[in-house]
Design a protein around this ligand. Sequence first.
Ligand SMILES: Nc1ncnc2c1ncn2[C@@H]1O[C@H](COP(=O)(O)OP(=O)(O)OP(=O)(O)O)[C@@H](O)[C@H]1O
Length: 261
Amino acid sequence: MPNAGNNVAARGDRDAAAPPGRDAVPALAVAGLAKRYGERVALRDVSFEAGAGELVALTGPNGAGKTTLLSILAGIQPPDAGTVSRPPGEIGWVPQQPAVYSKLSVAENLRLFARLERVRDVDAAVRGMLEQTGLADRADDEVGRLSGGNRQRVNIAVGLLAAPPVLLLDEPSSSLDPRQRERLWEFIAALAARGTTVVYSTHNVQEAERHADRVLVLADGELLFCGTPAELEAAVDGEAAARGARDFETSFVRFLHERGH
Ligand SMILES: Nc1ncnc2c1ncn2[C@@H]1O[C@H](COP(=O)(O)OP(=O)(O)OP(=O)(O)O)[C@@H](O)[C@H]1O
């Protein structure tokens, strides 16, 4: 399959710096989450766990329930049933539509959000975030004038201001070009390597495979798969190989189809 070499290298690196505490108390435990919008079932009985420093990709077709799941974890809306092991205050949230102010500078945005989040030492938090996101030399630039990649860093910095142990990102790479994307993944991988549990959504199953310790596949609100990228490859390729399919994405669509989605 394409990028197989890269996949192995990317995962090999991450495995070398094995996420701490993966087998201890999970950093995030989700049990039996369910959500309906009127007659429409958006999530049914979704359960999974993630360890400290684990990078978790949530993938699946349009309308699968990815944003619904992340927004429940972020405390933006309540589930109809089920539990999340942490309160929203301990979970950072980077929405797909950024909430930052394009007319304010990077530092002004960070200061504003740090105050809104009631961060204790605002100046220290802003300084730390500028450094961590590599935006120190852009501190005084208006956010509206930044490249897409740097704007995305500001969004992520806002999500990280309160130093949450878990960070959620909704489609973080969707508006970025390939180079910005690679830099974003380097940044996110470094974040996870330092112990933050990162859960992100993506339409792109190959991106999920390449940049994750664990992949969750959601379709029509149902969690169809939860495992390592290698296990997903085996599950998808194993079935596809029997039919002679070569392309992973096509095979993945068949994988969903054969499960009724
Ligand atoms: N506020 C809402 N009111 C009614 N239905 C909703 C609402 N939000 C989402 N839905 C429906 O719930 C289902 C799950 O939507 P959700 O946005 O969570 O999926 P998604 O996987 O994030 O989709 P996409 O990849 O297209 O963003 C869809 O059928 C969607 O139409």
